[in-house]
Write a protein that binds this ligand. Sequence first.
Ligand code: F6R
Length: 366
Amino acid sequence: EKGGYEHFMLKEIFEQPNSIADSMRGRLDAKNARLTLGGIREQADALAEANRIIIIACGTSWHSGLVAEYLFEEFCRIPVEVEYASEFRYRNPVINEGDVVIAISQSGETADTLAAIELAKSKGAIILGVVNVVGSSISRASHEGAYLHTGPEIGVASTKAFTGQLSVLTMIVLSVAQRKKTITESKFKELLQELESIPDKIKKVLDSNDKIEYISSLFKDAANFLYLGRGYNFPVALEGALKLKEISYIHAEGYPAAEMKHGPIALIDEEMPVVFIATRDSSYDKIVSNIQEVKARKGMVIAIVTEGDVLIPKMADHVIEVPRCDEALMPLISVIPLQLLSYHIAIMRGCNVDQPRNLAKSVTVE
Ligand code: F6R
C-alpha cells in the first residue's frame, strides 16, 4: 500500500508528478490553449463578475489560498481576501451580494471551514469548493467546485493535496482571466504550457532527494528554523515552516522576507538556520539583500534557488536548485524541497511522520 516507500508521506511526496498530472487530466489542453473545468459551469459568470472573492480554509489549505490570492489579483484583477475559517465564522464578517466564496479543503470535513461556508451561504454568497475527498461534507455544501483528483492522502502532513490545490486553483484563475480578458492570449497559452511542464520539473527536484537528506542531517538538531520568501514564495515559506513543526516538532516560523527587519531578525545568530525560497523572480534582488542581512549576523542559510543561479551559491551555506519556471507557478515546485527537508529531519529525529502526535488527518471538531 505504501508502494515500496517507508512512509505514506514520502510516497505522497514522490507521487506529485503523477498527482498533479491527474489534477489536470481532461481539464488542461495546452496544445489547443483550452481549459475546461466541468465542475464550475453554472457559476462561471458569477465568479468572473465577482466584486470580491473570499477564500476560506485552514492550515495548509489556507496557504494554497494565499497563493491563489496573488494569482487572482495578478491575472483577474479581482480583490481577494484569504480567511482562516475559524476567525471568519466568529467575527460577523461583511458579505455582500456579488461576493464569491472559495472554500479549500483536502478532507472536505474540516469543522470550521464547513461552518464558515454555512455562514456565508446564509448571507447569500455563492460557494465554490476546492476539495479532494469526493462526496465530502464541504463538497456537498458547495454550489459548485472542482475536485483535486490527486487520490487519497494518508499522511497527516499534507503534501500532494497542497500541490493539487495549487494546480486546480491556478486553472480556475486562468479560466476566469481568459473569460474576463484580463490576460493576453499569449500569456494564457504560455502559462498553460508551463503548467503542463510542472510534473517533469517536479521529477527533477525529486532527484535532489539525496542532497536534501544530507542537508537535513546537518540541521536535524536545530531548536528553531526560520523560513523566508517573498511574493509567490511567501506562502511557501509559511508552508515549509508548518511542515517542519508538525512532523519534526522543531519550532519554525515562516515570514515574508521583508518582515524580518520588523522583529525576527533579533533571533538570528550562528545557531539559527534560515531557509530562503529565493528563486529567480521579480523580487530576486530584494531577497538577495535579505540573505546578505542574515549572513551578516552569522545565520546559517539554506537557499532554494533557480538552476544556474551563480550569485546566491556564493552567499548561502547550502543551496538546493529547482528548474526555472514562471514565478506564478513556482510554489508548485519550490515547496517540494521543503517537504523533503521536513520529512528527512523528522525521520532522523525518530518521529512518526505519518501520524504526528496530537494531530488528526481531518479536524472535525473546532
Ligand atoms: C498540515 C495539514 C493541516 C490541514 C488543515 C486543513 O499539513 O494537513 O494544516 O491542511 O487541517 O485540512 P483540510 O484541508 O482537510 O480542510
